[in-house]
Design a protein around this ligand. Structure first.
Ligand SMILES: *[C@@H]1O[C@H](CO)[C@@H](O)[C@H](O)[C@H]1NC(C)=O
Length: 293
């Protein structure tokens, strides 16, 4: 079926608009309201919708933390949201944003965890990658801005070539598909999108030395601009292997030179922990650490 030469649609703008609808991938229009993409999984009373459902406030107090999850699971795509983290003294709190296949034994999981800190001390972002049931791949970077002063975009790009964790436009982590070298890569199991805010003062801040100060509670984090684009599973079987999905495009298959420079800048200036160089934990360097990006 072509639309180009009919009276129905005979100019380029009209054709483009039509094509947009006809080829609309199995994905959401963006940004979505919270309830379009998500539902609350933990403590309704601690998640408040704002701005007509386009933003939410998460609360942590002595009674409870809270959490939410996507209604769908996805196989490849990009998930992003804007988050404003707990201001001032957030020590002992953890705000997490992650994808998880929820398959117990052989789970795939991609984690962003924001570890709070005492006032004036830097927030730490911990990332982890589970592929085929194996995790223990933590890396930590200290943020180069105050993530509680304003909203910033946190996103996970996931395609056949790699997984990239972004803070705004800056890649902070790349996990490459090195299956050719026998290294597992998450590609067979769809993952849901999750977020939680909870108390973890036994480990989160300075290894558990800094405790949560409940005098400062309730603690609030804010989310908005929910954007999930990807292949919904179950859905059309052809979606995940469709090379015209934008997230599989050439420009998304590797970091361009600007992104590569930013990534290097983060690693040199802001990385505070890397499992790859932790010889106590890993006397033998994990293979993916040597395989390069
Ligand atoms: C908190 O601040 C301390 C002191 O600057 C720093 O060493 C640590 O990496 C920061 N983050 C966490 C999660 O402890």
């Amino acid at each position: 079926m072509t639309y180009t030469s009919t009276k129905f649609c005979n100019n380029i703008v009209c054709t483009l608009i039509l094509l947009m609808f006809v080829t609309l991938p199995v994905a959401n229009t963006k940004p979505a309201t919270f309830l379009q993409d998500f539902h609350i999984t933990w403590s309704d009373s601690h998640i408040k919708q704002l701005d007509g459902g386009r933003a939410i406030q998460l609360t942590l107090d002595q009674n409870s933390g809270c959490g939410f999850a996507s209604k769908n699971k996805y196989l490849f795509g990009r998930v992003s949201m804007k988050i404003k983290l707990i201001p001032d003294d957030s020590a002992g709190t953890v705000t997490a944003f992650y994808m998880n296949s929820n398959t117990d034994q052989i789970r795939d999981e991609l984690d962003f965890e924001f570890l709070g800190n005492r006032s004036g001390q830097p927030y730490t972002v911990q990332t982890n990658v589970f592929a085929n049931g194996k995790g223990d791949r933590e890396q930590r970077v200290n943020l180069w801005f105050d993530p509680a002063a304003d909203f910033h975009t946190y996103s996970i790009l996931w395609n056949h070539q790699h997984v990239v964790f972004y803070v705004d436009e800056t890649p902070i982590r790349v996990y490459k598909n090195n299956e050719a070298k026998g290294i597992p890569f998450p590609k067979a199991q769809p993952m849901g999108v999750y977020s939680t805010l909870w108390e973890a003062d036994d480990w989160a801040t300075r290894g558990g030395l800094e405790k949560i100060d409940w005098n400062k509670a309730p603690f609030y984090a804010y989310y908005k601009d929910f954007d999930i684009e990807g292949c919904i599973i179950p859905g059309p079987a052809t979606c995940t292997s469709n090379p015209s999905n934008w997230w599989e495009g050439v420009t998304y298959q590797h970091l361009d030179s600007v992104a590569a420079r930013r990534y290097k800048w983060v690693r040199v200036n802001h990385m505070v922990y890397d499992y790859c160089t932790d010889r106590n934990r890993n006397p033998v360097i994990p293979p993916e650490c040597l395989a390069g990006i």
